[in-house]
Write a protein that binds this ligand. Structure first.
Ligand code: ADP
Length: 422
């Protein structure tokens, strides 16, 4: 059966991490597959997912909706093309071993979580943990050799230590209420990083520095991590205040080694959190603030030294763009700015969706109502609220002390009310 070439679009938040792909019913027909059949989705790698129909509004464009995990498994970014085939009959998995962060035995029935997912060795997957957290795991082996379908009889076991790259990859679907910001960051950072040659041919100079401006907890770090994952770039984080080492010369040295590492691991994104802490306006600095002056000078030199290759982009977060040294804002330095504002009600609803995705929710939980009750909350507050509600549910079930969590335990509206009052 020959394959269909389809363009990759993102998945709805509720579809994430379930091993599903959505495509046009016509495309499914052309592939000879029905709802629930396994598809082989080929980018630079082959991923497997079960086929479901796209919602009517998204049909007709030759598209396939994949979540970040499946895009990672197919090694295909948003907007890229994949070749899709029907995988035919996929055997039942007898045994699956996973690598990843240690999960407390008894905390989760891994087999049940993975049921219905077609897996092959080397795939990444994400699972929900009690308390609203998620773990990213790597499929170490599958018997028979994958793809094979996990069912109730599959033996699922953890294997060995964590593969470092298998943990904590952030995807665009993990960002709530930031679709405009994501659009901008894709244009300004992801596309130039991924298509450096095309940009060079067109004579467009790629950006070196991009400021993410907004109050704390609005998801600036998360965006930087997500764009690194989605651009397949290394992510190197620098915490502003932490680098303010007072020993003479040590901070500059630390900055230099960050840029050196980025160059070695390029394409790379350097993320500087709280840039205002290390690079305030030099004119207002008193004598004892010499260290800041030296750091600003060093940062300017390092950014100028990046040249026009475009394979290293520096993202920096700040609450107040005006408080930065103006020399940093000149062309070729931090000359682009993306505002990351606190979420509105719709944004809060989406963020609550992200942070409850991994939770069993009671039928009475209404995220729309919660979004209305949480005016003024930023993403970090909403994440904490969801965590608190999950803990309230566990406490209510007496599960904090027990080894096993009752199967049917769900987080209810009352748990959220308790967390809100908390
Ligand atoms: P900032 O860098 O702007 O201070 P972070 O990205 O560090 O904020 O956000 C802290 C945490 O809050 C994140 O790890 C995430 O759990 C949550 N969070 C913040 N903003 C969002 C968002 N827009 N969508 C989903 N989660 C968010």
């Amino acid at each position: 059966m020959s394959g269909l070439t389809l363009g990759v679009i993102g998945a709805q938040i509720d579809d994430a991490n379930r091993g599903i792909a959505r495509l046009d019913p016509d495309a499914m027909k052309a592939l000879g597959c029905r709802i629930g059949d396994v598809l082989a989705i080929e980018g630079k790698r082959v991923a497997h997912a079960r086929a479901l129909p796209l919602p009517p509004a998204a049909r007709g464009g030759g598209r396939i909706a994949l979540d970040g995990v499946t895009r990672g498994n197919a090694a295909a970014a948003l907007g890229e093309a994949v070749t899709v085939r029907a995988a035919g009959d996929v055997p039942r998995a007898l045994r699956v071993t996973l690598a990843g962060p240690a999960i407390k035995p008894g905390l989760i029935a891994l087999g049940r979580v993975l049921e219905g997912m077609p897996l092959a060795a080397g795939d990444s997957l994400r699972i929900a943990l009690p308390g609203g957290r998620e773990a990213e795991l790597r499929v170490h082996s599958v018997q028979p050799d994958g793809p094979a379908m996990v069912d109730a009889t599959t033996a699922v076991a953890m294997e060995g230590a964590a593969a470092p790259e298998a943990t904590g990859a952030v995807r665009y679907e993990d960002l709530g209420g930031l679709s405009r910001v994501v659009e901008r960051i894709r244009e300004v950072v992801e596309l130039p990083l991924r298509h450096r040659d095309a940009f060079a041919r067109l004579g467009i100079s790629p950006p070196r520095g991009v400021l993410l401006v907004g109050p704390p907890g609005t998801g600036k770090t998360l965006i930087a991590r997500a764009v690194a994952t989605e651009s397949r770039a290394a992510f190197i984080a620098v915490n502003g205040p932490e680098i303010m080492d007072r020993y003479y010369g040590a901070s500059e040295g630390a900055l230099r080694s960050v840029f050196e590492r980025a160059r070695k691991e390029a394409p790379a994104i350097i993320f500087i959190d709280e840039l205002d802490a290390i690079a305030p306006r030099r004119d207002g600095l008193s004598g004892e603030k010499q260290v800041e002056k030296r750091i600003v000078a060093q940062l300017l030199t390092l950014m100028d030294g990046l040249g026009g290759r475009g394979d290293v982009v520096v993202l920096a977060a700040t609450n107040l763009a005006d408080s930065l040294d103006p020399a940093l804002r000149r062309p070729g330095r931090f000359d682009r700015e993306i505002r990351v504002d606190p979420p509105d009600e719709q944004g809060r609803r989406e963020i609550l969706g992200v942070h409850t995705r991994a939770m069993p929710l009671g039928g009475d939980v209404d995220l729309g109502v919660l979004a209305g009750l949480t005016a003024g909350y930023v993403g970090a507050d909403l994440a904490a609220l969801c965590r608190e509600a999950a803990i309230a549910a566990l406490r209510r079930a007496g599960a904090l002390e027990a080894a096993e969590i009752a199967p049917g335990l769900a987080v209810t509206q009352a748990d959220f009310a308790e967390a809100l009052a908390g």
